[in-house]
Design a protein around this ligand. Structure first.
Ligand SMILES: C[S@@+](CC[C@H](N)C(=O)[O-])C[C@H]1O[C@@H](n2cnc3c(N)ncnc32)[C@H](O)[C@@H]1O
Length: 312
C-alpha cells in the first residue's frame, strides 16, 4: 500500500503567514532540508537538476514509483518516453528479477545501467516492436508529447499481459489556489493560457489528463482509477513537508520555464524570443512570491487489462 504524501483536492493547505512577508528564502538545492529529503527517498543516484521532477514524484508517492497493484514479482515492465531513464533504472534496481525496457526518441540515457534494464531508441507513436507482453506499461510526463492518446492506450492494452496495468503519471503546469491568490499571478496565468493554445495548435495538447480515464476504459481497461494530489509551487505552506515539496517544485519550475515556453511560443505563436523572456521574468517573480498560494495538480491514472482477455 503506497502512503501518498501530498494532500488530495479537498484538503486545505494552511499558508505560512510569516513567510508572506519574508522574501529572502532559499531555493538552492544546496539547502539542507532539501537534500536530506532527497537522499532519504532516493538513495543510489546522484541528484541532477534535470531529474528533479522524478524526485518530486517519488516524494509525493512516499518513495514509491507507481500506484498500480501489480504485485511483488512483475516479470517485465515498459517505460514509455523514458527521458534520462531514471524511473526505469530505479525500477530495475529495486526489482532485479524484472526485465525493464525504456524507450525514447532521443538516446539520452546513461550506458551504465542495471543489467536488467535496456533502452531503445523508438517512437511510441509507431507500431510497438515488442514481442513479449508486459506486466506494467508506465508513461510519465508525456502530456505535450502525444498526438493520439487513444492509439497509445490501445497499443499499451495490446502489449500487456491479461491482468497487467497501464499507469500514466503527470504533473499539470496549470496554476490553482484555494484562496484566489493565483489571480495575482497574471504572467503565470498568461503562460498557462498561451501554452494550452500553442500545444493544441501544434497537435499535442498539454492538458489532456482529464480525458484519460474515459480513453482507458474505451481501450478496454477495467478498474481505472485517477488519483490527484496538490503540489505547492513554492514554500508558501506552513506544514514543513509541504514547504519542502514547494521548495523543490519552485526550483524545478524556475529551471524548466524557458524550455517549456521558448520554442513553443516562438515557433507556434510567432513571438520574439525577447518577448517570451519578459513574460518568463514576470512569471518567475510571481512564482517566488510567497503571498501567492498556488499549487498545481499531480495525477496518477491507472487501469487493468482484464484477466479474462487474451493476447492473440
Ligand atoms: C517530459 S519528458 C519525460 C521523461 C520521463 N518519462 C520522465 O518522467 O522522467 C518526455 C519524453 O518523451 C520523449 N518522447 C516524446 N515523444 C516521443 C515518442 N513519440 N516516442 C518516444 N519518446 C517520445 C521525449 O524525447 C522526452 O524524453
Amino acid at each position: 500500500m503506497v502512503d501518498i504524501a501530498a494532500p488530495d483536492l479537498h484538503a486545505h493547505i494552511e499558508a505560512d503567514d510569516a513567510s508572506d512577508i519574508d522574501s529572502a528564502f532559499g531555493t538552492s538545492i544546496e539547502d539542507g532540508s532539501f537534500t536530506t529529503s532527497i537522499t532519504s527517498s532516493v538513495k543510489n543516484y546522484t541528484l541532477k537538476l534535470t531529474d528533479q521532477s522524478h524526485h518530486i514524484f517519488r516524494l509525493i508517492l512516499g518513495g514509491a514509483l507507481y500506484l498500480s497493484p501489480i504485485g511483488n514479482a512483475p516479470q517485465s515492465v515498459l517505460d514509455l518516453g523514458t527521458g534520462t531513464g531514471i524511473w526505469a533504472i530505479e525500477f530495475a534496481d529495486e526489482h532485479p528479477e524484472t526485465r525493464v525496457v525504456g524507450n525514447d526518441l532521443s538516446p539520452i540515457q546513461p550506458t551504465w545501467v542495471p543489467p536488467n534494464c535496456t533502452f531503445f531508441v523508438d517512437d511510441f507513436d509507431k507500431e510497438w516492436p515488442y514481442n513479449t507482453p508486459f506486466d506494467l506499461v508506465h508513461g510519465r510526463e508525456l502530456e505535450g508529447s502525444v498526438g493520439d492518446f487513444d492509439r497509445l492506450f490501445q497499443q499499451a492494452y495490446e502489449h500487456l499481459k491479461p491482468g497487467g496495468y497501464l499507469e500514466m503519471q503527470t504533473m499539470e503546469i496549470f496554476f490553482y489556489s484555494d484562496d484566489g491568490t493565483h489571480e495575482k499571478a497574471i504572467n503565470c496565468l498568461e503562460i498557462n493560457r498561451l501554452a494550452r493554445e500553442a500545444s493544441a495548435k501544434f497537435g499535442k495538447d498539454i492538458h489532456t489528463v482529464n480525458t484519460w480515464t474515459d480513453r482507458m476504459e474505451k481501450a478496454g481497461f477495467k478498474n481505472v482509477k485517477q488519483v490527484t494530489r496538490k503540489l505547492p509551487i513554492s514554500p508558501w505552506p506552513k506544514d514543513p513537508k509541504m514547504k519542502e515539496l514547494g521548495r523543490f517544485q519552485l526550483a524545478n519550475m524556475l529551471e524548466a520555464l524557458d524550455s517549456y515556453t521558448l520554442s513553443l511560443f516562438t515557433r507556434v505563436l510567432g513571438w520574439k524570443k525577447e518577448e517570451v523572456q519578459v513574460l518568463n521574468a514576470g512569471a518567475r517573480s510571481e512564482l517566488k512570491d510567497r503571498s501567492i498560494h498556488m499549487y498545481c495538480k499531480v495525477h496518477f491514472v491507472y487501469g487493468q487489462k482484464p484477466e479474462s482477455s487474451r493476447n492473440d
